[in-house]
Design a protein around this ligand. Structure first.
Ligand code: GRF
Length: 187
């Protein structure tokens, strides 16, 4: 199953998806990285794996539709079937939503609908909740609002600080995301 991963930052989820694929535990072909942040660390990771990337700067375009059309051209050319958002810090617009109905998924580091948007881990930590977690969901036009596919909960410990909580949430992400993708594509 051909997939494209969209990411804006470090790319630890991207990395895990690729290594699970290489280890034969995830039956996908990661054909393309799409990145909206020139210079992001994830681009170098894709280069090291020999995975092509489409990197763009939204400021160079008049509107979302313009860069999404270019992205869509790339996806079509490569016959991409699923779009996987792994830390892509931008809302998906009509062009891609329409082209990939129920074929765009996202990972979010909280138990949605709690703590949508940026810094979900910090939001959870500051709020004093005792349980948080990770959500994988379909993408719609909203911010972290699409139909939930799977979730895993994680207890916030007395001894946690933001950094340790972040580490533990990311460990859950790295396990849950590839497993959920594998389930979806084999349905
Ligand atoms: C992850 O926590 C993901 O849930 C969120 O952005 C972060 C990306 O991390 N949407 P990385 O770039 O995969 O390391």
């Amino acid at each position: 199953t051909k997939i494209a991963v969209f990411a804006s930052g470090t790319g630890s989820n991207f990395d895990r998806i690729v290594t699970e694929m290489q280890g034969g535990r995830l039956s996908v072909d990661v054909c393309l990285l799409v990145c909206d942040k020139p210079g992001a660390a994830v681009i170098e990771k894709a280069d090291q794996y020999g995975i092509p990337s489409f990197v763009f700067d939204a400021k160079q375009y008049d509107k979302k539709e313009s860069f999404e059309r270019e992205i869509y051209e790339q996806l079509q050319k490569l016959e991409v079937e699923w779009v996987i958002l792994a830390g892509y810090m931008r809302l998906i617009g009509y062009t891609l939503l329409q082209a990939y109905p129920e074929r765009i998924i996202n990972i979010h580091p909280s138990l949605l609908p709690a703590f949508p948007g940026k810094d979900a881990i910090g939001q959870a930590f500051d709020s004093g909740v005792k349980v948080t977690g990770v959500t994988v969901h379909y993408v719609d036009e909203g911010m972290d609002t699409g139909k939930i596919i799977d979730q895993e909960a994680l207890r916030i410990l007395e001894t946690d600080d933001r950094a340790s909580l972040q580490r533990r949430v990311q460990e859950v992400e790295h396990r849950l995301f590839p497993a959920t993708i594998q389930k979806l594509i084999s349905e």
